[in-house]
Design a protein around this ligand. Structure first.
Ligand code: G6P
Length: 616
């Protein structure tokens, strides 16, 4: 959550920072701000505005030009202090010499603030972040360099943090710190210039030569170089890598919204992911990034799958794959619940995390517990080099390209494919799946891009239905078996982007409560495809309709019975049972998108949400 960006080099920093913030806006959009340090050592200039980056841009355009080749910028998802101009980052110390931006929560900020106030510091904002600026100022006043001061300051902060700081007395220098899992810091190595950002999205347009700071690492960047340190100030060598991400996939192009673009990209995302994970002739898996985890699959006796949000729904689907292909118990859990239990883990447990960003704080904390327990870990991730991939023993990468819409779409479909392949690999390593079955399951994947493309070819259907459906304020989504997580995903998409109350339920649970909600104003979306325990779903549909509820049914092409029963029908192609969730999810994404448009919602940046959740 929150996006941070830094630039130092020969160019004017302001436009680079603002573009960087645009690239990171999906991380938070309550307010935005930049600080630019003139090369002359004059005062650091700060511009910040409540609301989206467009407001900041207007303020920058309309004010005194910001000149200087060193600067930092921030896009905020508010935690402490409501969204406002004053609470927007950057924050400065009393004297104005030290300026900071921050992603994370200073858990002991109240006591630090009291201490600083007692020492004569005055506070301008309600934020926890401002304490950092004052603490750093105290240290530099005592003669420490910015970099040393930041290290001393972070030692006093509780919680997890990503921080960038400037000191007017050190022109051309940005100091950064990453403590815990509040969010990453990527360092970009340019030609005579350096970049810092929360993630690759803001760096990739300038350089692909990058390093990711690890927990407890500090960085000092100038135009000519990058120095990294540990908490004790010892120099460390950052692990540089050249990232392959394609910046083009981050551009909205002809589409009105990133979400729509990303929905329409799903056939390509699937074929890129499938192509990277299997060979078809002869059918074989090629999970190239499994690393040390590869050797441990054969000893796996149990699997624990973890994720949050949409990725949790992928994990729910993945559980079935492990049970079936590997013949071992598999459990799925919400990472934020798992991390606060006393989970039973051992060296024979394989922990599989799903996180498209690889940055979700609860997932990272759950992974730390698994590491402690000695469990093997594989992560499913869409960002090469992201934090989860550095903690896990191995990764299965999805090749969905960058996803910018806050509501995940293409990364869900590709994560399900990745889980399917990992479960097959586990089944193969354990000798549970026969070579013939394995070959058939691999071949099954090949039809997916085409099947999803055929659902998308009918996208007009949703546009036609949306006006009638957008008037409802409540929806029930029902599914059975693998369609249950699909129902939950359908409900999540709808609430995320159209702010409609929606419940995703296992259809068997309907009579245990949700049915009491059904009336003419409470429609139901029923996933009643051939493989989703169709005849049981028909009973659910009848029961809903008997209570006056309208039904939209997702059915398999060729179904002649259900369309005759219900008000709305959407057909999807017949695909193998285990892969059906991938295809059945697509109509629900399209439907949510069209309903959100009808209701005039901001599809790519829905209120209160952020794409990457790096604080609790
Ligand atoms: C946020 C996003 C969701 C996403 C979830 C998990 O809630 O809005 O779209 O599914 O985080 O993110 P991850 O990057 O771990 O998959």
């Amino acid at each position: 959550m929150c996006g941070i960006v830094g630039y130092v080099g020969p160019r004017d920093a302001a436009p680079i920072l603002i573009q960087g913030l645009r690239d990171l806006e999906y991380r938070g959009y309550d307010s935005a701000g930049i600080a630019v340090m003139p090369n002359t050592g004059d005062e650091i200039a700060i511009r910040k505005r409540e609301g989206k980056i467009a407001n900041l841009e207007a303020a920058v355009r309309g004010g005194v030009p910001l000149q200087g080749g060193t600067g930092i910028g921030h896009t905020r998802w508010a935690t402490h202090g409501r969204p406002s101009d004053t609470n927007a980052h950057p924050h400065h110390s009393c004297g104005g010499d030290v300026v900071v931006i921050h992603n994370g929560i200073v858990e002991n900020y109240a006591e630090l603030k009291a201490e600083l106030k007692a020492a004569g510091h005055t506070f301008a904002s309600e934020t926890d972040t401002e304490t950092i600026a004052h603490l750093v100022e105290q240290q530099v006043t005592e003669g420490l360099t910015l970099s040393e001061a930041l290290r001393h300051t972070t030692a006093r902060l509780r919680g997890s943090h990503a921080i960038l700081a400037l000191n007017r007395k050190e022109p051309g220098v940005i100091a950064g710190a990453r403590i815990g899992n509040a969010g990453g810091i990527v360092v970009g190595f340019g030609e005579g210039e350096s970049f810092l950002a929360s993630d690759l999205a803001a760096v990739i347009a300038h350089t692909r030569d990058v390093a990711f700071l690890r927990d407890g690492e500090f960085v000092t960047v100038t135009a000519s170089g990058v120095d990294c340190f540990d908490q004790d100030g010892r120099t460390i060598t950052p692990e540089r890598r050249v990232v392959p991400l394609d910046p083009v996939s981050a551009l909205k192009g002809q589409y009105r919204h990133f979400m729509l673009k990303e929905i329409m990209e799903q056939p390509v995302a699937l074929s890129d992911t499938i192509g990277s994970l299997i060979v078809v002739d002869p059918p074989e898996l090629q999970l190239m990034a499994l690393g040390a985890a590869a050797a441990r699959l054969k000893d796996t006796k149990r699997v624990v799958l973890l994720g949050m949000g949409t990725s949790l729904h992928a994990a729910m689907i993945g559980r079935r794959y492990f049970e079936l292909f590997a013949g071992i118990p598999a459990e799925v859990d919400n990472a934020s619940e798992f991390r606060y239990r006393e989970p039973v883990l051992d060296a024979e447990t394989l922990v599989v995390t799903v996180s498209q960003s690889g940055e979700t704080v609860d997932v990272l904390e759950a992974m730390a517990i698994a590491r402690e327990a000695g469990s093997a870990q594989v992560t499913i991730c869409n960002v090469e080099g992201a934090q989860t991939t550095r903690v896990a023993d191995g990764a299965v990468y999805t090749r969905a390209g960058m996803e910018r819409g806050v509501a995940s779409t293409k990364t869900l479909l590709t994560s399900i494919v990745a889980l399917y392949c990992l479960a097959l690999a586990t089944g193969k390593a354990r000798g549970h799946i026969s070579p013939q079955d394995l070959a058939g399951r691999i071949r099954d994947l090949v039809i997916l891009p085409e099947a999803v493309a055929s659902v998308l070819a009918d996208a007009d259907v949703y546009e036609q239905m949306a006006p009638a459906l957008a008037r409802f304020n409540d929806f029930l989504f029902l599914g059975r078996g693998l369609a249950y997580p699909v129902a939950m995903e359908g409900a999540l998409k709808l609430k995320e982007i159209s702010y409609i109350h929606a419940e995703g339920y296992a259809a068997g649970e309907m009579k245990h409560g949700p049915i009491a909600l059904i009336d003419r104003e409470f429609p139901t979306v029923a996933i009643a495809t051939r493989h989703a325990l169709r005849s049981k779903m028909v009973s659910n549909i009848e029961q809903v309709q008997a209570r006056g509820g309208e039904v939209l049914a997702i059915v398999t092409e060729g179904d002649t019975e259900i369309p005759g029963l219900v008000r709305y029908t959407v057909s999807i192609p017949d695909v193998p049972e285990l892969l059906e969730p991938i295809v059945a999810t697509v109509p629900l994404q399209c439907l949510s998108y069209q309903i959100a448009l009808q209701r005039g919602c901001d599809v790519d940046q829905p209120r209160n949400l952020a794409k990457t959740v790096t604080v609790e």
